[in-house]
Ligand binder design. Structure first.
Ligand code: HEC
Ligand code: HEC
Ligand code: HEC
Ligand code: HEC
Ligand code: HEC
Length: 488
């Protein structure tokens, strides 16, 4: 044995002796566990198999923190032990040399060995399933239950209920993956510290450009032709009179610039715009078509075209129209129309549309309060105004009340301050400005003050508007409201 090795052993042996105390042992457990889990997680993370921000938090925050805390606990335990021994006078004057005859050293090695083996065995099982779980919809939607409740509830009842959150919110590829990790870190702190904004703000400015996410499944050259949209509407009169809007939407797309999709996301087209933070008020829009060479700038009234730098604008993509592809919230009247057409609320109940909308719009302090008061007040309304109906149709009233509570529960979230109209839907122009944020609103300052057009037949043929018996529906045999298409 060299003199140098001997010296080293002499120096260390007091620490090994002193480290047999429970604080240092906990430290050892922390250090080894964090290290082993980290070794397991890192490769899956680097390969991009984990797509959830929380995995990043675990890898970059919690495990390193546990490691450091463990490293600190070991000397703390040693110092406390040394002090205690000195106080009691049991501090050894001489230490057993540090080799395998030293029982403290053997114990320490055995302890580290056992903890590591346990970590390797348990960790290999836990890490993989844990990481997979983090990517699931349940985790995204339910872990931060209150925070995500509005989006998760709407999502569950949407056409994309089987598409995982991460497919739209993160999508494939490494760079967005890392970006989402970073913004995920911020979000987790906001939830832990209870400082997250209510409602969660929309638009999501860090959302990946939709063309890279939506086009995993839908791409404009596959859209074609027209789509028949039938919208039933019940009036707020005693009979809940039913009328229809029937539109033939010019979906467009294909290989050209025809129709709605061809005009904005077709080949060669780039539309940029500048707007306020909510993207509800447009200041200017620039249209550019590299195939036809057309370039045009349109501005809102009062905006000086010279002050605009189009390169700084946002490039229009799918979510400028489809901003609610899955987190779809309805307005009270719209939700009532849908529920009545689907037979969940009987249109034979007098004034049910008017009463239903009024009950939905009332402020309630919580969802539980709404679930109590809506049925009570609906029943009271019929008992007071239509006692005969209240008696004979008690079951219909009860199921209508149930449907109203469901509508409320899917659209209003008092804890998150989400209520009717909090999240506008841009796909249309009836309830929110939607298409008309640009169409018919912005004009071309240079030429003839020409506006982005707004003729009624441009986006859809209006086959019927507010008609009780549209001829087109008779011809197509679609006179039952439940056969109507749901609309946005
Ligand atoms: C079909 C694609 C898609 C899926 C699937 C999806 N989202 Fe979204 N999400 C969006 C779009 C688009 C927006 C709004 C973007 C905008 O207006 O900036 C959004 C917005 C949000 C917002 C911000 C608040 C709001 O309503 O605008 C939250 C929170 C959210 N999503 C959570 C989730 C969760 C949780 C899941 C899974 C349960 C999920 N999303 C699944 C596309 C999707
Ligand atoms: C993982 C695949 C996938 C992704 C990603 C995806 N979708 Fe879809 N989308 C679907 C499927 C499947 C349907 C058909 C659902 C149905 O017919 O019920 C659909 C339906 C739709 C519809 C028609 C809804 C209706 O009411 O008929 C629209 C609009 C739509 N998606 C837009 C989007 C947008 C915008 C995005 C990106 C933010 C997106 N989708 C991302 C799979 C996807
Ligand atoms: C200018 C607004 C606008 C843009 C931009 C836009 N869409 Fe649409 N999209 C619409 C409208 C309007 C409809 C018809 C809605 C309806 O029928 O109720 C539609 C319908 C659809 C449908 C259903 C098609 C069908 O045949 O039923 C899908 C899927 C879709 N869009 C996906 C996309 C994707 C993906 C993008 C981005 C590449 C995109 N849209 C960009 C306005 C837009
Ligand atoms: C951000 C601004 C903006 C929004 C929002 C917008 N558009 Fe457009 N749209 C344009 C511009 C710009 C053009 C091209 C005008 C031109 O040719 O100079 C256009 C063209 C069109 C055209 C082709 C018009 C033609 O003459 O052939 C259709 C159809 C259309 N849009 C439908 C829609 C629908 C439907 C919506 C809502 C779902 C919508 N747009 C929302 C900016 C917008
Ligand atoms: C820039 C495109 C565009 C123009 C121009 C346009 N619309 Fe629409 N319109 C839409 C879209 C998109 C919807 C939503 C379709 C859906 O519900 O699926 C819609 C919906 C409607 C609806 C049904 C509303 C509802 O939900 O009950 C009516 C009615 C209507 N439009 C009438 C008109 C009339 C009348 C004009 C002429 C003043 C007009 N539109 C001009 C794009 C347009």
């Amino acid at each position: 044995m060299t003199a140098k090795g001997q010296k080293w052993r002499e120096l260390l042996s007091p620490y090994v002796y002193l480290s047999s105390n429970w604080i240092s042992r906990v430290g050892v457990v922390f250090v080894t566990t964090a290290f082993v889990l980290w070794l397991y997680l890192l490769p899956t993370f680097i390969r991009g198999e984990v797509t959830h921000p929380y995995a990043g938090i675990l890898i970059f925050l919690f495990l390193p923190a546990a490691f450091v805390i463990g490293l600190l606990l070991i000397p703390v335990g040693i110092v406390l032990r040394a002090r205690r021994d000195r106080r009691r006078g049991t501090y050894p004057t001489d230490f057993v040399p540090l080799d395998f005859h030293n029982p403290d050293f053997r114990r320490l090695l055995a302890f580290i060995g056992i903890v590591t083996i346990v970590n390797v065995l348990v960790g290999s099982q836990l890490v993989y399933s844990g990481v997979n779980y983090m990517d699931t919809v349940t985790f995204c939607g339910e872990t931060c239950h209150t925070v995500m409740q509005p989006e998760y509830t709407a999502y569950l009842h949407s056409p994309h209920a089987r598409v995982a959150c991460v497919q739209c919110h993160i999508g494939p590829g490494a760079s967005w993956f890392v970006r989402s990790k970073l913004s995920g870190l911020k979000q987790v702190f906001a939830v832990l510290l209870n400082t997250y904004p209510r409602p969660i703000p929309s638009p999501v400015t860090s959302l990946r450009p939709a063309r890279a996410t939506c086009e995993q499944c839908h791409w404009p050259s596959r859209f074609e032709g027209n789509r028949l949209v039938v919208i039933p509407r019940y009036a707020e009169d005693q009979a809940n009179t039913l009328t229809y809007d029937v539109l033939l939407m010019h979906i467009g797309g294909g290989e050209g610039n025809q129709g709605i999709h061809g005009a904005h996301v077709g080949p060669g087209v780039t539309i940029r715009y500048g707007s306020d933070a909510s993207r509800q008020k447009m200041y200017w829009v620039e249209y550019e078509n590299s195939r036809t060479g057309k370039k045009a700038l349109y501005v809102a009234p009062g905006v000086n075209p010279k002050s605009i730098n189009p390169r700084r604008g946002r490039v229009m993509d799918c979510i400028d129209c489809h901003n609610r592809p899955t987190h779809i919230f309805y307005m009270p009247g719209q939700a009532m129309n849908r529920a009545m057409a689907a037979g969940k609320i009987s249109p034979s109940l007098p004034y049910i549309k008017k009463e239903g909308v009024a009950l939905l719009k009332q402020p309630y302090s919580s969802r539980a309060q709404a679930a109590r008061r809506i049925p009570a007040e609906l029943t009271a309304y019929y008992q007071a105004n239509f006692p005969a109906v209240a008696n004979q149709n008690a079951a219909e009233i009860a199921s209508a009340a149930g449907a109203l509570v469901t509508i409320y529960g899917r659209n209003v979230f008092p804890k998150m301050r989400v209520t009717w109209g909090t999240y506008p839907n841009n796909l249309g122009h009836k309830y929110f400005p939607g298409c008309f944020r640009c169409h018919g609103t912005l004009h071309n300052p240079s030429v003839t003050y020409e506006k982005i057009p707004r003729h009624c037949g441009m986006c859809h043929a209006v086959l019927a508007q507010d008609e009780a018996h549209p001829k087109i529906l008779d011809e197509l045999g679609l006179t039952d409201p439940s056969s109507s298409s749901p609309g946005p």
